[in-house]
Design a protein around this ligand. Structure first.
Ligand code: 9Z3
Length: 344
């Protein structure tokens, strides 16, 4: 029976977690994260949580239809590679089947791996027998060697831990649990929230059990607002210590700066990276509290209190990825943040 009438339509984070069920694999997932964090805490390596890809909102319990958020996972997967290169250990929390570090270079839709392999005839190995064997097209070898070498190095070092979500509910439960685990690292932890997260959801108690039937005319669905989890993430789950970077996606670029300032004033974290859907691959804006006013920003989103730095690359340069510069800038800022440890 539906208990929808007893639910609030605006959920606080607390009400959300008290009424929405955790994903079945949560405990198992967190054991893996705990082991990973503890291992790297012992070596003093910095750890970054990268979220990536879009969340879904199922419309039915036996889900046939769902609402999706735009994101291929390029930003997250590419950034994860640059964080690994910069010496970070990376927890990569991504939408199931979205792009992943390293394998992203051979995505089935843009660069299918079967297309760069060739079947050759000749002598196989040292056995001297004749037959068919596989070789990599000469034009693909340099890049493959580079990607494969980086991938194997990361595997050997054990610096990449991957786990996935599908729904916005999976995402919220995982984000809370992972950030609580990661909070033991204090200022050595970074949170890089590149996933595209739905603002709306259907509480479990309002979901139709079976596939919604057509035949009754148009479909009317009223969704509830997803709780604003940046606030508890900043002040409770990470105890105000983590270096937190959120992304703001807009299609009207005039909204980027005001929305980014409002988010910083409201949640009190370190950086909002604003990106416009159409130009996101070659320009982003870093918005952060201005060093002079950062202590008194609560609720004050006046743009003059915020530092704004554009990061741009040449759109014609196909060998350059903007994530390289985003990550380089964040590594510097995180180092400064972690260096404040002794003063707090
Ligand atoms: C982003 O803005 C990401 O940069 C993109 C990356 C989703 C645009 P792709 O994966 O795209 O490279 O295809 N992510 C955050 C989007 C988001 O949901 N932000 C919320 C908002 O804008 C705040 S957390 O309100």
């Amino acid at each position: 029976m539906s208990t929808a009438s007893t639910l609030e339509s605006t959920f606080s984070a607390e009400t959300y977690f008290a009424t929405q069920p955790p994903p079945v694999s949560l405990d198992q997932d967190i054991l893996g994260v705990r082991e990973f964090v503890q291992r790297h805490a012992r070596t003093g390596r910095k750890v970054v949580l990268v979220t990536s890809g879009g969340t879904t909102v199922p419309l039915e319990l036996n889900v046939v239809r769902f609402l999706d958020n735009f994101s291929a996972g390029t930003r997250g997967a590419t950034s994860a590679e640059y964080f690994l290169k910069a010496g970070y250990a990376v927890i990569f929390m991504h939408r199931q089947f979205s792009l992943q570090p390293f394998s992203r270079h051979y995505s089935h839709s843009t660069h299918p791996f079967l297309d760069f392999l060739e079947v050759e005839q000749g002598t196989i190995g040292t056995s001297g027998s004749e037959g068919a064997y596989i070789s990599v097209k000469p034009s693909e070898r340099t890049q493959l060697l580079e990607v494969l070498a980086a991938y194997k190095t990361v595997q050997k070092a054990g610096t990449l831990h991957t786990l996935n979500f599908v729904t916005v509910n999976d995402y919220l439960w995982l984000l809370r649990a992972i950030s609580q685990e990661l909070s033991v690292l204090g200022r050595d932890a970074m949170y890089y929230l590149a996933a595209a997260v739905s603002d709306f959801f259907l509480p479990r108690q309002k979901l139709s059990e079976h596939k919604i039937q057509s035949g009754k005319g148009s479909l009317h669905i009223e969704m509830d607002q997803v709780p604003k989890i940046l606030k508890p993430l900043v002040s409770d789950w990470t105890r105000g210590e983590g270096f937190i970077v959120s992304f703001k996606l807009e299609t009207d670029s005039s909204l980027l700066v005001p929305k980014a300032c409002a988010a910083l004033a409201r949640y009190g974290h370190q950086v909002v990276i604003g990106n416009d859907l159409h130009t996101r691959k070659h320009q982003v804006i870093f918005v952060s509290p201005s060093p002079k006013t950062s202590s008194s920003l609560q609720g004050n989103s006046d743009e003059q209190h915020f530092e704004q730095v554009w990061l741009r690359i040449d759109p014609a340069d196909k060998n350059k990825e903007i994530e390289e510069d985003i990550v380089a800038e964040l590594v510097v800022r995180h180092r400064a943040w972690a260096g404040l440890r002794s003063m707090t």
